[in-house]
Design a protein around this ligand. Structure first.
Ligand code: NAD
Length: 315
């Protein structure tokens, strides 16, 4: 059954192209949907170049703009940046059939809420992934190192097609586990990202600079702890020790890493601040809980984002 599954990927950038390319390589019917003309042209002309630990090869996979696609998929995997989700789904809404399920593995909070306008809640799945991927150039995806996926129907029900999707992802080299506690994994990743993405974006520094300055290192843990307290107050059983251990590992081993939020600012692109620290601030407000560090970082990054977007658009 998994082999006959039709999968469309909305937002075929670094992650979407990797997931779509690996599934297509396994023989699944995959349709990539994107709006980047250079990427679309490159994949149409020469196939998708996949550079992973399994080798460097090209995979033939159809790609077009969402509004040009016609085939209703069993699964729509949403892999735009969070801020582009609504516009992307509006242009792909005609593809959603009565059985189509939609999965978001995007970073940040509110994945299911962003989809709920377009898909009934019972057909939405959410999750989190540590699989890394970069778009090395048009038509060329690079992903090295291990990663995994945890996913679950947003309403928590058992779903045979979700298990089939997890199986198909695993067979494609993307280990995926259906996990009823996925909310824990989502919040723990948000805590990590709220600290490192926002601090690096706000300072212009790589992770190694945070590691080298004790005050910055301490601030990173304080930012994450604010998020974890909001999660706990929301009834999500996050484990601070686990997040702290992941953060300590990153500080020690990933010093050269430039988090995606900093990369986005440097490239003049919109960041995912609203779905990360911004969403934490909104959740904290609803609980009457103060999160001063996250609030400050969200404002700082939005200010920088406004400046860099204005500079890029020539305003
Ligand atoms: P990306 O910018 O490489 O890809 C996003 C793609 O969406 C782009 O190709 C863009 O052209 C496309 N897009 C934008 N607007 C669109 C629209 N209206 N219709 C269709 N396509 C549209 O981003 P990414 O790195 O692949 O990240 C995607 C999501 O996955 C983000 O939420 C990110 O936080 C998350 N994530 C990324 C990684 C990683 O290593 N890259 C790891 C884990 C999670």
């Amino acid at each position: 059954m998994a082999m006959s599954m039709k999968v469309a990927v909305l937002g075929a950038g670094a992650m979407g192209s990797l997931f779509g390319g690996l599934l297509a390589e396994q023989g699944l019917a995959v349709q990539l949907l994107d709006v980047n003309p250079a990427h679309i042209a490159a994949v149409q002309a020469e196939g998708l170049r996949l550079e992973t630990d399994r080798g460097d090869r090209r995979v033939a996979v159809p790609i077009c703009r969402p509004e040009a696609a016609r085939e209703t998929p069993d699964w729509l995997l949403v892999f735009t940046k969070t801020g582009d989700t609504a516009r992307a789904l509006a242009s792909a809404a005609h593809l959603l059939g009565p059985q189509t399920r939609v999965l978001s593995l995007q970073n940040g909070l509110g994945g299911a809420d962003r989809l709920a306008e377009w898909v009934p809640a019972g057909r939405i799945a959410v999750g989190v992934t540590t699989v890394p991927s970069d778009l090395a150039g048009p038509g060329h995806v690079r992903s090295h190192g291990a990663g995994s996926i945890r996913l679950m129907m947003a309403q928590g029900q058992d779903d045979a097609t979700l298990r089939q999707l997890a199986e198909a992802l695993g067979a494609a080299g993307l280990p995926a586990e259906v996990d009823p506690m996925v909310g824990v994994a989502i919040w723990e990743k948000v805590a990590f990202n709220a600290a490192f993405n926002a601090l690096c974006a706000g300072s212009g520094c790589r992770v190694g600079a945070l590691a080298a300055l004790p005050e910055a290192r301490a601030l990173a843990f304080e930012v994450a702890d604010e998020v974890l307290q909001v999660a706990r107050a929301s009834g999500v059983a996050v484990q601070p020790e686990r997040v702290h251990a992941t953060m300590a590992h990153a500080l020690e081993h990933h010093g050269a890493h430039q988090p995606s939020m900093l990369q986005d600012l440097l490239a003049g692109r919109r960041t995912e601040i609203d779905a990360i620290n911004g969403a934490v601030v909104r959740a904290a407000e609803a609980l009457g809980q103060p999160v001063p560090r996250n609030r400050t970082l969200a404002t700082l990054v939005r200010l920088i984002e406004g400046r860099t977007l204005a500079a890029t658009s020539g305003a």
